[in-house]
Design a protein. Structure first.
Length: 101
């Protein structure tokens, strides 16, 4: 299973455990790296995500975005584009389950 993640923060990456994940450091690279991926994680609060998310959703299997729970508008537009969306805290609590489903 190919898993790609736009999660530039090293502390956040460490919370995902030892799973085989290809990390991307910039949103501009995400459409290229995530093409054909089975699962893509996206930190919706990162610069440039708004410009590439639609392409990523259409070219990947399952896209799960996360953002701080107070960013309602951010989560709403990502949901409208076809991504699954979780508040940041819930995403990291469920990360292991998401990777195994």
């Amino acid at each position: 299973m190919k898993v790609v993640a736009l999660i530039p923060d090293l502390m956040d990456r460490s919370r995902l455990g030892q799973h085989q994940i290809e990390f991307v450091g910039a949103a501009a690279l995400l459409p290229i790296v995530a093409a054909g991926a089975d699962l893509v994680f996206v930190d919706l609060s990162r610069p440039g995500v708004a410009e590439v998310l639609e392409v990523v959703v259409s070219a990947s299997g399952r896209v799960i975005g996360f953002a701080p729970h107070v960013e309602d508008e951010t989560m709403a537009w990502a949901l409208a584009l076809g991504a699954e969306v979780l508040p940041r805290s819930k995403f990291f609590r469920r990360a292991a389950d998401l990777l195994s489903s």
